[in-house]
Unconditional design. Structure first.
Length: 255
């Protein structure tokens, strides 16, 4: 049994016709299910727990990157299979999942090829796509084996799961199908820097099970796009993973 969580914007403006086509295609594929609107203050976790008790096994998100991230971040520990029908301007993560845009993604939902992804636990929160610390002065401890500091210069840090950043895209592609989580670190090069064209030291990528970042001053942390100010965060792989429907070219398959 499927349940569909859709963002309010998909029934307005230029997306309304796309949404109607999607609903028709789901009916043709015999994938009809309960449609639930996500309002600004909706709690998707409580919604899905109610549907799980009613027998739903699969939750499909209809909307953009923000909608998808919001649901997965809140519902990472809900024992359902998740899927995504991307609609909107910002839907870049669909490429990592090999999911087509709009109506064509209904075929991916029908094929139901499920992959299993690790979940990031960041202090008492969860993240599915990306944890990112922009250029700043922080210290990092990795599994009690490595201790890295800025050594007089700032550095940028990313833990990529579904999303990557341009500067660590190649490293993420290399490690994305490994069992370990990886932290990617880009320090500024030592010496005088140009304001307009900064120079960077070589990128470092390290596998980890548990890492801690801390700074003498609060630093910015973007967790699946949500900004916060922190002085210390611990990031580790959560005890549970999340099961997501993906296209055939996404490699990591659930057992």
């Amino acid at each position: 049994m499927h349940v569909y969580l859709y963002d309010a914007f998909v029934r307005t403006g230029p997306y309304a016709r796309v949404m109607k086509t999607i609903e028709n295609r789901l009916t043709d594929l015999e994938l009809s299910g309960k449609m639930i609107k996500l309002a600004a203050f909706s709690n998707p976790r409580s919604m899905l727990l109610d549907e799980l008790r009613s027998g739903a096994k699969t939750a499909i998100v209809i909307g953009d990157e923000n909608t998808f991230g919001r649901v997965l971040t809140k519902c990472a520990d809900v024992e359902m299979v998740f899927g995504w029908i991307p609609i909107g301007r910002d839907v870049s993560t669909r490429e990592q999942l090999d999911v087509p845009y709009g109506e064509e993604s209904c075929r991916t939902i029908a094929a139901r090829r499920v992959i299993e992804l690790p979940v990031l636990k960041v202090n008492d929160r969860y993240a599915i796509a990306l944890a990112h610390v922009p250029m700043t002065r922080v210290w990092i401890s990795v599994d009690g084996k490595y201790a890295l500091g800025p050594m007089g210069e700032s550095m940028e840090v990313a833990i990529c799961n579904l999303r990557s950043l341009p500067w660590c895209e190649e490293a993420h592609a290399q490690f994305m199908n490994q069992e370990d989580l990886y932290v990617h670190i880009r320090p500024l090069a030592a010496g005088k820097q140009s304001r307009w064209r900064p120079q960077y030291a070589p990128l470092t990528s390290l596998p980890f099970s548990r890492m801690t970042m801390y700074g003498k001053a609060p630093f910015e942390l973007f967790l699946d796009g949500q900004r916060s100010k922190e002085t210390r965060v611990t990031i580790e792989r959560a005890a549970h993973s999340i099961r997501i429907i993906a296209g055939k070219n996404r490699v990591r398959v659930a057992s």
